[in-house]
Design a protein around this ligand. Structure first.
Ligand SMILES: NC(=O)c1ccc[n+]([C@@H]2O[C@H](COP(=O)([O-])OP(=O)(O)OC[C@H]3O[C@@H](n4cnc5c(N)ncnc54)[C@H](OP(=O)(O)O)[C@@H]3O)[C@@H](O)[C@H]2O)c1
Length: 287
């Protein structure tokens, strides 16, 4: 039997620490606990307070080796792939490997899930909502939830929505800003409704959740549901950009197989967490 370090000295592990969410988790977690962040293709900048580890989450042996060597007190699992060829291997199976290893070493696990595993036809969704995925990414995130709950029943499974950042802008916001600035007209859907969440709030909520005994699904997203078109208009106006290049379109009419209204009900998170989840407008004004 390995001798376990006292909880306080055991590190926290953040998978996907080079990503949009992972970077903010690292930024906020530095100084709270010894920290290990994993990367896959992007070599992170060295940081004196962060031990960086390369990891392919879809490699079961590598996941087990890292987590057993590290014996983390907590793991926040963000790493994933949105598209093939590695979608299932990394996003679904990889989450299961992380959960198995977390359970074996007694690590608190916070798994990051997504609103797009829902069918988009029965909004708003509370934590009892069952997955009804429509596309491969949704299926992979649904299977990830199933595997995590099976291997680590004490884990928190956080369903979140569009993750927003202003400085520098998240990829979708950057696309909107660049298109408008270059006079490139774009169409944004009025019938795809999401619960955008500011990355600072989501990261703070996940770190807080890592210290709480909450088990099961928790919706952690913004309290202001908006269509992609409404978000684009708000963002462009906030930045003083010309909104004439933004047109309203219909996801349904486009024929895309995507959930339309994924509004998440966030009252449980608002009661459980001290972290305040700001709506999109409030974040634009305050960040
Ligand atoms: N972004 C959103 O709007 C949104 C909405 C709902 C839910 N989520 C969920 O939030 C989580 C984080 O999303 P994000 O936007 O921060 O993602 P992201 O910016 O695309 O970052 C993805 C991370 O996963 C890592 N990664 C990729 N392939 C890997 C592999 N085979 N093994 C290990 N790590 C791998 C990447 O590492 P490298 O960069 O080093 O390659 C990166 O650190 C995901 O679980 C996602 O499903 C995101």
């Amino acid at each position: 039997m390995p001798v376990k370090q006292p909880m306080a000295e055991r590190p926290w592990l953040i998978t996907g620490a080079t990503g949009l969410l992972g970077q903010e988790l690292v930024r906020q977690a530095v100084g709270r606990a010894p920290l290990c962040g994993t990367f896959f293709s992007r070599q992170p900048d060295p940081h004196p307070a962060v031990a960086w580890a390369p990891l392919d989450v879809g490699d079961s042996a590598a996941v087990h080796a890292l987590i057993h060597a590290l014996q983390p007190a907590a793991i926040i699992h963000t790493a994933y792939r949105k598209t093939d060829p590695d979608l299932w291997r990394v996003t679904a199976l990889g989450a299961g490997y992380v959960a198995q290893a977390a359970a074996q070493v007694g690590a608190r696990l916070v798994h990051v899930s997504s609103d797009v595993l829902l069918d988009g036809e029965h909004a708003p969704y509370d934590e009892s909502a069952r997955p009804g995925p429509l596309h491969p990414y949704g299926f992979a995130k649904a299977e990830a939830e199933r595997l995590v709950a099976q291997a680590a029943p004490e884990a928190a499974l956080v369903r979140t929505s569009l993750i927003c950042r202003l400085d520098p802008p998240d990829p979708i916001s950057a696309w909107i800003i660049d298109s408008v600035q270059q006079g490139q007209p774009i169409t944004l859907f009025t019938d795809e409704i999401r619960s955008p969440v500011w990355v600072q709030d989501l990261a703070a909520a996940l770190l807080e959740l890592a210290t709480l005994p909450f088990a099961g699904i928790l919706n952690v997203a913004g309290p202001q549901p908006l269509s992609r078109y409404a978000m684009g208009l708000r963002l462009a106006r906030h930045l003083g950009l010309d909104v004439r290049g933004l047109s309203a379109g219909s996801s349904l009419a486009s024929g895309l197989q995507r959930p339309r209204n994924c509004t998440l009900e966030v009252s449980l998170a608002q009661r459980l967490l001290r972290t305040r989840l700001r709506g999109y407008d409030e974040g634009l004004e305050s960040l």
